[in-house]
Design a protein around this ligand. Structure first.
Ligand SMILES: Nc1nc(=O)c2c([nH]1)NC[C@@H]1CN(c3ccc(C(=O)N[C@@H](CCC(=O)O)C(=O)O)cc3)C=[N+]21
Length: 283
């Protein structure tokens, strides 16, 4: 039996068509959805991601503005830029591209964004709302993964979901969303002992370590569903995930590829969150 490859780009394209129609409808009621991205410094990966976000916005008719700020900008100046966007009624979504330079306090910056415009879903208010199951802006990668699991009819209720990686932007929130959908969730991380013993028990395995080859064929259960969140850029071009895809796919029921797996869903959920905010501006 060969695995189903869960192509995020196919579902992403389908959802983007729906979003495009919703943007059209919003424009009919004089709301022009707009996303503003702040990018600080010259991280090449950040530039690539921001360009992808801009292009995706353009394709569905969302206005995208990118504000490029110098690497040595002060935290106060950055907060001032955010404050202007918080107040600007034409701006629906605000995204501060991460990582930030070391001299800037990331927590302070993320908390400064108006939670109702926080299309990344990184504000403590949104994290709290999500945790208690209230309506919230949900982080894009976890939300994209949930949509992908739903599309491929992956049962979560009562299943053992193992999350490898505990970042605030992927690991922690995807575990919470799976729990909210009645999965039994185990978190693993860099200090976990006997990692393989735990990942082998997973019905659903989410791998978000940012390290290539974290998961090999021996680390998965036959028939499992594997979601690879990794995005490591190779020196000579190309991008790979955290899972040894070729070997693992022979053993499992479903697996996401990299590229064309989770990544395109992340960007699509950014568009989704932006029109979610914009639709609140409709009278
Ligand atoms: N405030 C903030 N929000 C983010 O959402 C955010 C961030 N900072 N910092 C960096 C990470 C990373 N991230 C990705 C988005 C798309 C792909 C993606 O689409 N990747 C392609 C491959 C890359 C390519 O084709 O060049 C794919 O998987 O098919 C990957 C990674 C968003 N991030």
């Amino acid at each position: 039996m060969s695995a189903t490859i869960m192509y995020g780009n196919l579902l992403a394209n389908q959802i983007r068509e729906e979003i495009k129609a919703e943007v059209e409808a919003l424009k009919q009621s004089s709301v022009h959805p707009k996303l503003t991205v702040l990018i600080i410094g010259h991280n090449p990966a950040s530039k690539t991601y921001v360009r992808m976000k801009q292009k995706a916005c353009e394709k569905v008719g969302i206005v995208s503005q990118v504000i490029e700020l110098e690497e040595d900008i002060s935290e106060e100046e950055l907060l001032y830029q955010i404050e202007k966007l918080n107040k600007d009624t034409n701006v629906h979504g605000i995204l501060v591209q991460l990582p930030l330079p070391n001299h800037i306090n990331e927590d302070r910056v993320l908390e400064f964004i108006n939670p109702n415009k926080d299309v990344d879903g990184f504000h403590p208010i949104n994290i709290g709302r999500m945790q208690i199951g209230q309506d919230a802006l949900i982080p894009c990668t976890p939300l994209g993964i949930m949509k992908l699991l739903e599309f491929y009819r992956v049962e979560t209720k009562g299943k053992h979901a193992v999350v490898v990686g505990r970042s605030n932007i992927v690991g922690k929130p995807i575990g919470q969303l799976l729990l909210n959908q009645d999965a039994t969730v185990t978190y693993c991380h860099s200090k976990t002992e006997n990692l393989s013993d735990i990942t082998k028990q997973a019905d659903i395995l989410i791998v978000a370590t940012g390290k290539a080859n974290t998961i090999q064929a021996a680390d998965v259960k036959v028939g499992a569903t594997i979601v690879d969140v990794g995005n490591t850029f190779l020196e000579h071009g190309g991008v790979i995930g955290d899972v040894d895809f070729e070997a693992v796919k022979e053993k499992v029921e479903r697996i996401t590829p990299v590229p064309k797996g989770v990544g395109p869903m992340t960007i699509t959920m950014l568009l989704h969150n932006t029109i979610k905010v914009a639709s609140h501006f409709k009278q």
